[in-house]
Ligand binder design. Sequence first.
Ligand code: CTP
Length: 405
Amino acid sequence: MLNGKNIVVGVTGGIAAYKTATLVRLLVKAGAGVKVVMTPLAKEFITPLTMATLSGNRVLADFFDPESGDWNSHVDLGLWADLFVIAPATANTIAKMANGVADNLLLTTYLSARCPVVVAPAMDLDMLKHPATVANLERIKGYGNHIIEPSSGELASGLEGKGRMAEPEQIAKELELICQKKKEIDLTGIRMVINAGPTREPLDPVRFLSNHSSGKMGEALARAAAICGADVDLVLGPVSERPKGGPFRIRDVVTAKEMHDLCVELFEKADVAILAAAVADYTPETLSASKIKSDGDDLRLNLKPTDDIAAALGSMKRPDQIVAGFALETDNEIENARNKLKSKRLDFIVLNSLKDSGAGFGTDTNRITIIDHKDKRDMFELKPKSEVAFDILQKTVSVIRERRE
Ligand code: CTP
């Protein structure tokens, strides 16, 4: 998988830098072209000579060559790379990445890179646990970088805990996996609209009707689709934990009507819509201008149906467009999902049952069955939503291929 890939290996100043020599060797052995870029401090931990010898390429550390005065172009390096891995990534470099600081060649290359970026943090346990580092890691995750969690064990300080850089073999494996996903699920040039989260239907100035949707499945889909090369708009209802960002556009909406109108508008220019939102089926018939007062009597609310977004996109889709939806069911799962697939004119539907523990609202995992318009069914294991997203995109790619044949 790594054969013929161009990989930039970024090394920052941490003891774990000695392990990066093995990583470079593994990548070269796998057939990748490797260029190493080091921060000034990294050179104190491992010599550029070692890295140059193992990679077979000149090591880059300065903005220009001090002898010849030649400019080391971070832009060219960023564009050359199919993958950029930063290992070890110190707390300092992670903080700079989180804030867009560009004071060395590694960071300017990071900011210029258009490829997937993989970060393998390594630091002492207390540095890793510090709220600033935790927040910075969250932030760079939000920018779409892949973080390879450090492992636990004995640290250079002599302390025991979490902070050891992942082993070179594991990092190489992770890089391979990213290449594999990109190859199998190539969404380059595909414009995608994904909706996610709940909607909020106001009753009066202070109250609304809503649901528990976390938007996590839709966010995972947006992130995975962007990794696979799609141009993604995530139309997002009011979730409790809004993604900090990523390689996709977040379009915030509140009500079912706002979500409907924006999805319809964006779908005009899109190739694929995946509708993962838990859209309210009903909205109050009237919005009270002032706070509804409690007088001790029963209160009856009159609700009217909202527009069904999936059905709207299903009926407006051109032959080259694809619309997929979700069905969250408690009973007669397959039958209900098939009915939704038909009535909303979807190309496929992703079924999850609330009977499965670990699936559905608020969880980080999901267990799905995909049913397509030919009634072909694929059942998947319980997996993290980040992996479920790739299964759904794999199906999307196969439907796109089918259409184009
Ligand atoms: N959906 C939608 N607009 C709505 C309601 C649902 O686009 N107003 C979409 C959901 O995003 C999902 C699919 O329709 O992709 C199925 O949603 P679900 O809530 O399971 O089904 P409903 O059609 O609302 O039917 P019910 O609530 O009766 O199960």
